[in-house]
Design a protein around this ligand. Structure first.
Ligand SMILES: *[C@@H]1O[C@H](CO)[C@@H](O)[C@H](O)[C@H]1NC(C)=O
Ligand SMILES: *[C@@H]1O[C@H](CO)[C@@H](O)[C@H](O)[C@H]1NC(C)=O
Length: 216
């Protein structure tokens, strides 16, 4: 009996520890980013709390549709610590996603955030791919009001599968989630990844690699 209790207590303790192993809580009310600071910290330095104003926690314009006139037919409008300095250290942010009919938000990952997305207008096919070796595609078509989650760091995408503009709002679990767009990173890096690497990686000949690289 006592042994079982001890074991259960240990399991509970371990779970508590795991629950706090991510996104540590801020150690103060807020740490509004001071972009002028030259201090090198993990994140952005705090400005003097006595000089903080409401606008440090404010952004306006998410009602405005993003310009989707580009080759992929989508636009992401971020509202992260770059737009709202008051988000610094808080571990959350927001984006608006506009996708024109049959456009895509191309495969990408957020290295520092999980994402929870809700569709406000239109229909979006969404999906993410699990890590190696399964690389399983988990996908679904979302309609207005539907909500979908993209786990941290996994490659995901959205595609408008309707004849009208799609609009979604997504929250991310970082004030600075970061984005790696797979095609741009792999084929559009600066300097380019050598074509000998890409021809073997993608099992295609150099002409195809050159052609794809020329698009980025
Ligand atoms: C940064 O510097 C600019 C120009 O000196 C000033 O207007 C601004 O208020 C400063 N920002 C902060 C957060 O201190
Ligand atoms: C949208 O982007 C395109 C391509 O960059 C540009 O030509 C067009 O003027 C933009 N439209 C608006 C309303 O800003």
């Amino acid at each position: 009996m006592a042994k079982t209790f001890l074991l259960l207590s240990l399991v509970a303790l371990t779970c508590t520890y795991l629950a706090f192993a991510f996104e540590p809580k801020p150690l103060q009310d807020f740490c509004v980013a001071d972009r002028n600071s030259s201090a090198r910290v993990n994140g952005l330095a705090c400005k003097n709390p006595s000089t903080v104003v409401a606008n440090d926690f404010f952004f306006s314009g998410l009602h405005i549709a993003g310009n989707t006139s580009n080759p992929v037919g989508s636009r992401v409008t971020p509202v992260s610590v770059a737009q709202i300095p008051g988000l610094n250290t808080l571990g959350i942010s927001l984006v608006r996603v506009d996708v024109s009919p049959w456009g895509i938000n191309p495969p990408h990952t957020h290295p520092r955030a999980s994402e929870i997305l809700t569709v406000l207008e239109g229909s979006l096919e969404v999906g993410f791919v699990t890590s190696n070796p399964e690389n399983r595609l988990i996908t679904k078509v979302l309609e207005k009001g539907d909500v979908f989650v993209f786990p941290i760091a996994l490659i995901h995408f959205q595609r408008n599968v309707g004849n009208k503009n799609a609009v979604a709002i997504a929250a991310l679990s970082s004030q600075n989630p970061g984005v790696i767009t797979i095609a741009n990173a792999v084929f559009g890096s600066n300097a380019p990844i050598g074509s000998d690497v890409l021809t073997k990686a993608f099992q295609v000949d150099k002409k195809i690699v050159d052609q794809i690289q020329s698009k980025f």
